[in-house]
Structures are given as C-alpha cells and as structure tokens.
Design a protein around this ligand. Sequence first.
Ligand code: CAA
Length: 258
Amino acid sequence: MTEYETILVERRGRVGWITLNRPQALNALNSQLAQEVTAAAVAFDADHGIGAIVVTGSEKAFAAGADIKEMESMSAADMRATDHFGAWDDFAAVRTPVIAAVSGFALGGGCELAMMCDIILAADTAKFGQPEINLGVIPGMGGTQRLIRAVGYYKAAELILSGRMMGAEEAERAGLVSRVVPASDLLTEATTLADTIASKGLPSLYAAKAALDAAMETPLADGLAHEKQAFAALFDTADQKEGMSAFREKRSPDFTNR
Ligand code: CAA
C-alpha cells in the first residue's frame, strides 16, 4: 500500500479506514494531508472490494481546521492560483459511502471535511464549529453551503457569524450528526455501521449516494463557486493577516476592518 506521512490507511474487510495523523497540529488540514486523504479515498473508491470508507482522527481532534500557519502569508492571488482547497473536491466526489467518526474538535475545515462525508457519527466529546470569522476569514471548504443544508439557515448563520462551537448533543439535535455515542464506543460503532453498509451491493450503494448527493447539490455548485471567490478575496485584507498571526502568537486579534 502507498506510504503516507500525514494519515494512516488500513483495509479492514470491505471497509477502508483513513485516520488523520498530525497530532502535533491537532490534525490541521495542510496541503499534504489534503492530497493524501484524497489519494487514499480515491484508491479505495477504485477498489471494488471496498463498500465503505471511514475517516477518523484522534481522541482529542478529528481536525482543528485548515492549517492556519500554511495559509497565513498567502495572498488572494495565491489562494486563487493554487485553488488551495481544490484537492478536497475529488474527496467529496468519491462514489463509495464515507462515514466521519468524530471525536474531539471538528472545527473549520475539520467540520467541513466531516460534512463532505455521508454520515457523521460523533463521540460525546465532539465539538463542531466554523470559527473562521475569528481569523478574519470565512469557511472555505464548503462550510457556508453544506452547514445550511445540514442544520438550516438560522443555526448555520449563528455558528458562522459568531464562531461559536457546539457540542455533540446539540449537533445531533440540529441534524448534523446522525448519532452520538460514548467516546470509548466510537470506533466500534463506526465499524459496525461501516460493515453493515459495506455488506450491501455496490451498484445500489453508488446509486443511493448519487441520489442523495443530487438532492444536496442542486444549487450547491453556484454557492461553492461564490464561497471560493469570497474566501480567496479575504487574503488581501489586513484582518486575515492579523487574525492568523494573532493565532500563531497566541493572542487576541486586533481587527482594523481593512
Ligand atoms: N492550524 C494550524 N495549527 C493548528 C491549528 C490549525 N487550524 N489548530 C491547532 N493548531 C496547532 C496549534 O498552533 C498548536 O501548535 P503549537 O503547539 O506549535 O503551538 C497545536 O496545534 C495544539 O493546539 P493548541 O495549543 O491551540 O490546543 P488547545 O487544546 O489549547 O486548543 C483549539 C484547541 C481550540 C482547537 C485551538 O487549537 C484552535 O482554536 N485551533 C484553531 C481552530 C480554527 O480556527 N480552525 C479554523 C481554521 S481556518 C479554516 O479551517 C478555513 C477553512 O474553512 C477551510
């Protein structure tokens, strides 16, 4: 199997497991991790012995967001030219059902990665949120579009505009999470669910996922294109530089509205 540096990849029966593994950065999603998760998922997707994929993190963090230190000095032109989060489009497009098994922080890109999956199982320790506003930016991996579809406009607006985190129970009530389980049971529950899904026929699994995606997608593409432009444009603001350097320097940001 291919060697990866930021993830662990394992095949268990008909299920492909991808474990995010940058513990020093709470599994922050840098470009290498995005490439590796996507490559692993695409490889599982091409393997007809695989009927489900599980993406998980550590006990403390599913993922604490896109890697702020990698983005901090980027300009709007860099953001657009590199299509910074573009690798995730191929992850979101896999035909195989994907389960996110979330323990601890799922923030920013971490929450957005969970929402690219088809089912979110949460440990009772899970915390979801879109804190990008605290960094002088907005969600950039689909959060402004997918969170509304998951929890409705008003709850999504509160979370995105305030940066507040919500716990697993609240996320389940809101419809983001399909089930909350004790943290110690998360991987067992994910295994049972993934094995059940993987025992079905691939054509019907692919067809069911494609139909579910179609329901979500209808006006999604336009919204995502809008988000991509708006996210990149913020990288020409002083507030983005201030928000991200304040994070690195472990202080509160002093936004100047420029
Ligand atoms: N990017 C880069 N590094 C990160 C990170 C991130 N998103 N989140 C955490 N880290 C790093 C920290 O800088 C720290 O590294 P050092 O030890 O070198 O200082 C290490 O991971 C451990 O983090 P903390 O010491 O901060 O851990 P904590 O338990 O005190 O706090 C936390 C945990 C509340 C999740 C806090 O780490 C945090 O607020 N992280 C940032 C969350 C965030 O803003 N996410 C959004 C990112 S932008 C984005 O995702 C854009 C998009 O839409 C795609």
